[in-house]
Write a protein that binds this ligand. Structure first.
Ligand code: FE2
Length: 300
């Protein structure tokens, strides 16, 4: 890594996340999509769930609903999500765990607080990112993968001021690969005051930073980006991340991916290339061709 030869990506644009109701009514912070910004190719949606503190019986989720045409990556910081889908997958992901679901040709799933979280209440905080699929893979077979926290590399800078959990991509000599059809970088950074790291990100990727705590300084110019803001980065092959000068550590996601550059037609949980394909998606869901979740009697 010849960092001295790198071109640092500067902030091209910032966007403030808006608050949005999702699922059964829980609130997310959503920087993408937002007015005037349909996607940051290949990222169709970025949702931050919470942080929210639920009392006993209060936690809500997203009951049975379909998807077609993309992949979802869920990353839980606090709380527990119970997943079931029409392809027969089920699993619970907890703090630090990642779940990757390829909706592909179509799936019906539910994303609910675990029974323990529903009964006892507790804190919930996490992210869901939608990664688009190219036309040739939109109707691929659905699949489901879980990566537990223990399998995600964590690395710390030599001065111990920067810490990263690597969900996808490479940083500070550590590397993780989740098997998305579209290559992505997905990293969770904690930057203490004075932290200053430069991370290689492939030049053919689009890159963004979403700050979800404190304030970070981005690019060679040190543009300040605050909690709830997303920065879209310009061209280059490296990203420079700095913590604040003083105060609380900055928290941020670094996301990058190779853009697909195809037409987008989207309607709620379906993302295709054309209007006609959306109409087919709605018809296929309504007529049951995306299946349904088979539940055992024990779970009612
Ligand atoms: Fe979903």
């Amino acid at each position: 890594m010849l960092t001295s030869m790198s071109t640092i990506r500067e902030v091209a644009r910032t966007v403030t996340a808006h608050r949005q109701h999702e699922g059964a009514g829980f609130i997310v912070r959503r920087p993408v999509p937002t007015a005037g910004l349909e996607l940051v190719d290949p990222f169709l949606l970025i949702d931050e769930l919470g942080p929210i503190e639920y009392g006993p019986g209060e936690a809500i989720g997203a009951p049975d609903h379909p998807h077609r045409g993309f992949e979802t990556v869920s990353y839980i910081l606090e709380g527990q999500v119970f997943h079931e889908d029409s392809a027969g997958h089920r699993g619970t992901i907890g703090p630090g765990d990642v779940q990757l679901m390829t909706a592909g040709a179509g799936i019906v799933h539910s994303e609910m607080p675990s029974p323990a979280l529903r009964d006892r209440g507790g804190r919930v905080h996490g992210f869901q990112v939608w990664v688009n699929l190219p036309a040739r893979l939109k109707m691929t077979r659905p699949r489901y993968q879980e990566v537990t926290a223990a399998r995600l590399p964590v690395a710390t800078s030599a001065d111990e001021l920067a810490r990263v959990t690597i969900i996808a991509g490479e940083a500070l000599g550590a590397r993780a690969v989740i098997d998305t059809h579209t290559p992505i970088v997905y990293q969770d950074w904690t930057l203490a005051p004075g932290a200053d790291v430069t991370v290689d990100v492939p030049a053919d990727h689009d890159a963004l930073v979403y700050v979800f705590g404190g304030a970070a300084q981005l690019g060679a110019q040190g543009r300040v980006v605050r909690d709830g803001q997303m920065a879209i980065l310009g061209a280059g092959d490296a990203v420079r991340l700095r913590g604040p000068d003083s105060g609380e550590a900055a928290r941020l996601l670094l996301l990058a991916g190779r853009p697909i550059r195809e037409p987008i037609a989207r309607h709620g949980p379906f993302v295709m290339n054309t209007r006609a394909e959306l109409v087919t998606a709605v018809e296929d869901f309504r007529s049951g061709r995306m299946g349904e979740i088979t539940r055992t009697a024990a779970r009612s």
